[in-house]
Design a binder for this molecule. Sequence first.
Ligand code: NAP
Length: 440
Amino acid sequence: MTDTTPLAVCVVGSGPSGLYAADHIARKRPDCRIDVIDRLPTPFGLVRAGVAPDHQGTKNIVRQFERGFAKGSQRFIGNISVGATVSAAELADLYDAVIYATGAPLDRALGIAGQDLAGVYGSAAFVGWYNGHPDHAGLAPRLGRGIAVIGNGNVALDVARILAKTRAEMTGADLCAHAQDAIEAAPITDIYIIGRRGPLEASFTPPELGELGHLQRACPVIDPAALAGVSADSIADPKEQKVKEKNLEILTGFITAGHDRPVRVHLLFCAAPQEILGADGAVTGLRLERTRLVNGQAEPTGETFDLAVETIISAIGYRSAAIDGVPLDSRKGIIANTDGTVAPGIFTVGWAKRGPSGVIPSNRSDSIAVADQVLAWLDTCAGGKPGPDGLDALLASRAATCVDFSGWQKINAAEQARASDGKPREKLTSVAEMLTVAAG
Ligand code: NAP
């Protein structure tokens, strides 16, 4: 006989990919109980801690996600860490399906000599610092005159732009006060965005690249030789070709733009990091090897040159963190899965599933595809699992402090109340502070 207890799904991770999956399941199976748990007391993952603070429009998506929590079709339970507060096996016993949407929070290592010197940061830590992620808010990076940002993706552009902008340009952004003060006090004159391949191979998107041309105190600088003979004509996919053509047009425009600002943002191409140079344990420079492109891939030339920089931020991609009881494909840096299925009843979505690629809307279609598999799996389930009641009992037995949606609303209100000068919020950056506010 089929048990009449409603089916229960647990989504681990409250970033966009998890919440898109939760939302889809809630729409298709309104009878299903859905818990969304997060290791932080705050929801929304990368929308809060990854999206650039001056891209507030991108963050509007949280309004849609909040509606799901507000109307009760999903329940938010923050400050619960899988592997510490509860185990993966316990979740599998409590719920009919578990979806890991835990992202890719760790930096990929550069793997070159000098990477442990003071002044070298991965973009997960650096972006987490300026966005007030509790894991990284205390980073206190050493910001020098010269800053190298390694990588030719949108994260590299975000990092360079945030460092280049003035306080006035940050009006309306939620850049944390500690980061704003540090950037304003830093002696930055030269920021280098470094690609190991060419301008055509860069994964910048045109709106983000174009922003570099509209900064008050900074101007983009590019060697015209980097663009000589480069064309998007051979790109077969018309959509991709259009993006690349637009990038080339923007980069060409940078050649003739005025270079009379106090901060220069250099776009260097065909330069692969070879060694980080240091003295007394801290960065003094970056040695790069010129590359040449062979079938779109970077081949070493043996020719090197040095940049005088005191800070290096690698924006070269991310990897997922290991969770006890959840298989990790450590080569790919993702949760081991086949098209989103980890094991019967266990699924994964987003960057944990496919690696760190795609913008927020691309997560939507990917999450919905996996959520459809979850729905098909739920059709085979007999019910009878304890679900949310079982989780509540387990958390109570462990005296775990968790934060529900009303707790998040208190944190949200406190952050908005602390903000001044046109900022949407001044984030709380420590878990202890968040828990105090949520309990108030
Ligand atoms: P990405 O687009 O994959 O860029 C990573 C860059 O790092 C590539 O240029 C790559 O070069 C380079 N790289 C990798 N290993 C390297 C090494 N050992 N030495 C030198 N360079 C190396 O990743 P991302 O910038 O981290 O962004 C992740 C995703 O988030 C992307 O899909 C991005 O579009 C998205 N995002 C979007 C926005 C936005 O829409 N505003 C903002 C931020 C992020 P190769 O190509 O040669 O491998």
